[in-house]
Design a protein around this ligand. Structure first.
Ligand code: 6GU
Length: 299
């Protein structure tokens, strides 16, 4: 996978050299390029922002440096407005190469046929970023992240980019950050750990909360419960005996109960969408003060 990041704070992305993602980059499985937006400014002050038309607080990022940056980094405009993998791409007939318009000499080369590219613009006003989105992004060949600061980027930049490549405005949660950089680090971490070979077997993504679940489909839709390791007794606190019992069915049931309790407590919105529930699930949820109707039960 190729990842380009455009930012006025390139130093923010130092952490990409660390941990499992840093190792994957070292192996060449992920190719990160961090670009300083100011290198596309043309004035002595390297200005990237200006006051908003119509008035109001804050500053807006100027369109010209962004336009030039995206011209340099995005493939030329001959991509269908496709969707993320998984969804049926909008088909456009292939143009024979001799009918393609001539590319200006400073354009990047065409990507190999069939290579998918996506522009991601972090913004608190964007669509919520989810595990499902992370999984779909992990199947894209080339991701470009455009980090805005101040009150955002002049809207014409995104409008023009949409005519060339699929563009997503994405938010990582219901709070406001000063800039998109930390959000992009978060998204990259969640996307890249899903790439083949990035996680070892020992830390498989199938175990995640929001993933398939430790026990595969059996834990779908539940948050992960508590985990324990040696020693058995620590500061007079014992590991739950069932986990030492060797009784795999009892352990699976105990884990499901714990996951149900945690989901009811921390994420009632997820607990309300659980299905199907067996009678033990219903018992655990109602003990956790969560109402369960007969309609939610498996038959
Ligand atoms: Cl993606 N950007 C900013 N600036 N704030 C955010 C966000 C993104 N997601 C949540 N808050």
């Amino acid at each position: 996978m190729r990842v380009d990041i455009i930012t006025i704070f390139p130093g923010y992305f130092g952490p990409l050299g660390m941990s499992l993602i840093g190792k994957a980059a070292g192996r060449g499985d992920i190719e990160f390029t961090v670009h300083d937006l100011r290198s596309w400014t043309r004035d002595v002050h390297h200005t990237v922002d200006d006051t908003p038309y119509g008035g109001g607080p804050g500053m807006v990022m100027k369109p010209e440096p962004w336009g030039d940056a995206l011209d340099a980094i995005l493939p030329p405009a001959r991509h269908p407005p496709d969707q993320l993998p998984d969804q049926p791409p909008d088909q456009l007939p292939d143009q024979p190469p001799d009918q393609l318009p001539d590319q200006p000499p400073d354009q990047p080369p065409d990507p190999p046929a069939g290579q998918s590219v996506r522009l991601v613009v972090p913004a608190p006003s964007g669509k919520p970023f989810t595990q499902d989105m992370a999984a779909r992004y992990s199947r894209v060949d080339h991701l470009v992240f455009a980090c805005g600061r101040y009150e955002g980027i002049d809207a014409r930049v995104i409008e023009e980019a949409r005519a060339r490549v699929p563009v997503d405005e994405v938010s990582i949660g219901d709070y406001v950050l000063a800039g998109g950089e930390p959000a992009v680090l978060v998204m990259i971490e969640s996307i890249c750990r899903l790439l083949p070979g990035v996680l070892g077997n020992a830390e498989s993504a199938a175990d995640d909360s929001f993933g398939a679940g430790r026990d595969g489909a059996a834990m779908a839709g539940l948050l992960e419960g508590p985990v324990y390791t040696r020693p058995r007794s620590w500061r007079s606190r014992e590991v739950p005996p069932v986990l030492l019992s060797g009784d795999h069915a009892a352990i699976a049931r105990w884990r499901r109960d714990a996951a149900l309790r945690r989901t009811a407590e921390n994420r009632p919105d997820l607990a309300a969408r659980l299905e199907p529930l067996d009678s033990r699930d219903a018992e655990v949820l109602s003990e956790a003060g969560f109402p369960v109707s007969g309609d939610d039960m498996a038959h």
